[in-house]
Design a protein around this ligand. Structure first.
Ligand SMILES: [Zn+2]
Ligand SMILES: [Zn+2]
Length: 341
């Protein structure tokens, strides 16, 4: 079988590996489609760990079940989550699933971008979700990234009537914006340099889209937001300068959510005095757990989040190098999905 092997953004290979063997409690899934995440082209994380077998948004069909697996059978279409928590440790009991040691240790083999994927027993037990016939393979690849957005929105402290500003109108920005509206945000604004993305955001139901080249974001926000700063700012890029901008832009009493990780050595300078007297909350959101994947699947199943508003490019698995190149240099691309026919 073929699997995608990552060495660098401009060195993504298709390599042959034996079809994985499965043990008790495990299942073997034949890949149908898998999205590529911005984190899959985050070279500071990926390159030192190469060769890597990326892909964490896979959807496929169960072709074999291990001994003791009675809740699934061959032929079922499923979403498979790459990480699952233990549900019993200190962090799991507090809902901080991505901090659980089991969460960080569980992974798909060889990765989500392989023709056949071995799903470990803990993942089979907790976060393999059968898909309704009404949901396409492609749409279901959004379960994982949408789950991360659901968690992000939960952590962003949005209250009904809030105004929300999202920096970056990529696929995550668009999903976060739609979720913010569902949570009762009165006005959802987004900012991006690329016109196509701003238009896509407006089509997805976001109220206002700003071009940073049209002048200061603060003034553009004030002009449409009753002269007020946004109550919540969500920073989707991993750039320090944009995080800094988020802290400067948020209203007193508001929350800044950092949605993507910068390299470990990067530093963000904050003035605690500025945060203190304005009661500004700085939060982060990392990955998603089994509650969020179920919410995400339900949002997609019921059409409250429509994949057509998010997925813009499709490639066969064999063209993974071109697909990774596009995600690393997205321009007008939003979500890029690889297919196996
Ligand atoms: Zn991701
Ligand atoms: Zn745990």
């Amino acid at each position: 079988m073929y699997t995608v092997e990552y060495h660098a953004n401009d060195d993504v290979r298709l390599v042959e590996k034996p079809v994985p063997e499965i043990g008790p409690g495990e299942v073997l899934v034949q890949l149908k489609a898998c999205g590529i995440c911005a984190s899959d082209v985050m070279e500071w994380y990926m390159k030192p760990r190469a060769p890597l077998y990326p892909g964490h948004e896979p959807v496929g069909v169960i072709v074999q079940v291990g001994e003791g697996v009675d809740q699934f059978k061959p032929g079922q279409r499923v979403f498979i989550h790459h990480h699952v928590p233990c549900m019993t440790c200190h962090y799991c009991q507090r809902g901080a699933f991505s901090q659980c040691a089991t969460f960080r240790a569980t992974r798909l083999y060889p990765g989500g971008l392989a023709e056949y994927i071995r799903v470990p027993a803990p993942n089979v037990q907790l976060d393999v979700l059968p898909l309704p016939d009404s949901l396409s393979d492609e749409a279901a690849t959004l379960v994982e990234p949408l789950a991360c957005c659901v968690r992000g929105i939960d952590r962003a402290n949005i209250r009904p009537g809030d105004s929300v500003l999202i920096l970056g109108a990529g696929s995550n920005g668009l999903m976060l914006g739609q979720l913010a509206k569902m949570r009762g945000a009165l006005r959802v604004m987004i900012s991006d340099f690329i016109a196509y993305r701003r238009e896509a955001a407006l089509k997805a139901g976001i109220d206002v889209a700003f071009d940073p080249q049209d002048g200061s974001i603060e003034e553009q926000v004030a002009a449409v937001n009753d002269g007020l700063k946004p109550d919540v700012v969500i920073v989707t890029p991993s750039k320090i300068s944009v995080m800094q901008q988020g802290i400067d832009l948020v209203a007193p009493g508001g929350t800044v959510l950092l949605f993507a990780p910068p390299p470990p050595a990067d530093e963000l300078s904050v003035k605690p005095n500025h945060l203190f007297f304005r009661e500004i909350t700085l939060r982060t959101s990392y990955s998603a757990g089994p509650y969020e994947t179920r919410q995400a699947l339900d949002l997609l199943r019921t059409g409250r989040i429509r994949s057509e508003s998010i997925i813009t490019h499709r490639f066969p698995l064999q063209e993974a190098p071109q697909a990774f190149h596009l995600v690393a240099n997205p321009g007008e691309a939003l979500k890029v999905v690889l297919h196996v026919d």
